[in-house]
Design a protein around this ligand. Structure first.
Ligand code: ADP
Ligand code: GN1
Ligand code: MG
Length: 363
């Protein structure tokens, strides 16, 4: 079953949500790599309808249970603009948080967060600062959330040594007979095998606390106010679960402080923008409001390298497995992304001392 075939079932979903009113239009929306997202416009309101990617999230009902809990918690704590401060789940006609269609796909609906924009590139440093502060604050909102109440939506999501093992398995199985053509990329991952363990070792030695984190802190998972640009809402809550603060930091750097887009093929354009690194670090540390420990602060540059390396390995794994996880829009898209991420790791390695100096200068 292709994604297109599965998405055709949105007509069933729309019937299940018919209480929202007469539908004027339904169109694909946004630039996420995982779920199938549609903008639904009715007479009076707009909604986001999503087919949850169930090959990524094996238990969509558990994901929705997490989201219900997390959004209620955040809404209780938000001090202003409570309506837009977090996602609002729209229930089906039968009062369910998710709809299962006739082929077993799961659909959910959110209120469209009006008066906001999502950004796919950092257009000015201030946007990045605002994004950093918002993701830092997000962790603050969840600092007292009982982590044991959350399902692990994707097992070992940011367990980098496991991601490395998965890559090696994909190389061995070589489903699509692509491994020979990416020897250099595989060697790059192998050369970083020991580095992959850095955060897991810090965790075992009790130097790194487990927190409730977002785990997918891309710039386009923040909605900015369309008028004055402040951060209104952190979205894409599917991966909220226990994790490391430094990975939330690192994933934003990976995406937003790259001087090129994540899938740029001209690798000469790929590098770490140290000024954006500084901007984000300042915003994130401030947003975390004094909660980060000294060890976490020290490990922020490692988090940036780790998330970039891990994401590169995930793209490469998906390329070897036949592009079954991330949405792709061209031949070799995942390989382009993997090469891009590895080029960024190389540049980060050169700039590690400078990253460390920036962090020291901030604290
Ligand atoms: P994915 O997991 O595929 O990245 P997201 O949940 O991040 O899916 O949604 C994809 C895009 O849809 C977001 O980057 C954002 O542009 C838009 N979006 C998602 N939810 C909302 C919402 N409630 N209101 C407005 N825009 C939204
Ligand atoms: C996916 O869903 P989206 O596009 O926000 C992925 C992230 C990757 C990112 C790479 C659940 O994020 O982990 O870092 O693509 N999300 C999931 O761009 O796997
Ligand atoms: Mg997203």
């Amino acid at each position: 079953m292709t994604r297109e075939e599965a998405c055709a079932k949105k007509s069933e979903a729309l019937v299940a949500y018919s209480h929202v009113g007469e539908i004027k239009s339904v169109s694909p929306y946004g630039n996420g790599h995982i779920n199938d997202t549609f903008l639904v416009v009715t007479d009076s309101k707009r909604y986001i309808l999503q087919r949850i990617n169930d090959s990524v999230f094996p238990n969509p009902r558990e994901v929705m249970e997490n989201i219900e809990k997390v959004t209620s918690h955040i809404r209780r704590k938000a001090t202003h603009d409570k309506e837009r401060a977090t996602l609002t789940v729209v229930r089906t006609n039968d009062g369910e948080v998710v709809f299962e269609d006739s082929i077993g796909s799961y659909w959910r609906m959110y209120d469209f967060v009006e008066g906001t924009v999502a950004r796919d590139r950092v257009e000015c440093a201030n946007d990045f600062y605002i994004c950093a502060e918002a993701f830092g604050c997000f962790q603050g909102y969840l600092a007292d959330f009982p982590a044991e109440q959350l399902f692990e939506g994707i097992k070992d999501f940011h367990n980098t040594p496991k991601r490395y093992e998965n890559l090696m398995k994909a190389v061995d199985i070589d489903t699509c007979k692509r491994a020979d053509s990416v020897k250099r990329e595989i060697e790059f991952a192998i050369a970083h095998k020991d580095f992959c363990n850095t955060l897991e070792i810090a965790r075992r030695e009790c130097r790194l606390p487990l927190r409730v984190t977002h785990n997918d802190t891309k710039l386009n998972n923040i909605l900015f106010d369309a008028n004055d640009g402040h951060a209104v809402c952190v979205i894409d809550l599917d991966t909220v679960m226990p994790g490391y603060s430094v990975n939330d930091f690192g994933d934003s750097i990976r995406f937003g402080a790259n001087t090129a887009a994540e899938d740029e093929t001209d690798l000469a354009r790929v590098s770490l923008d140290l000024e954006l690194f500084r901007t984000y670090a300042e915003g994130f540390i401030k947003g975390c409001g004094g909660r980060l420990t000294a060890a976490e602060i020290e490990l922020l540059p490692v988090g940036a390298m780790m998330m970039t390396l891990e994401c590169g390995m995930r793209f490469l794994t998906d390329y070897l497995e036949g592009d079954v996880y991330f949405k792709t829009h061209r031949e070799g898209h995942n390989l382009d992304r993997a090469r891009n991420q590895f080029a960024l790791v190389r540049d980060m390695e050169k700039k590690l001392d400078e990253m460390k100096a920036i962090i020291s200068s901030i604290v």
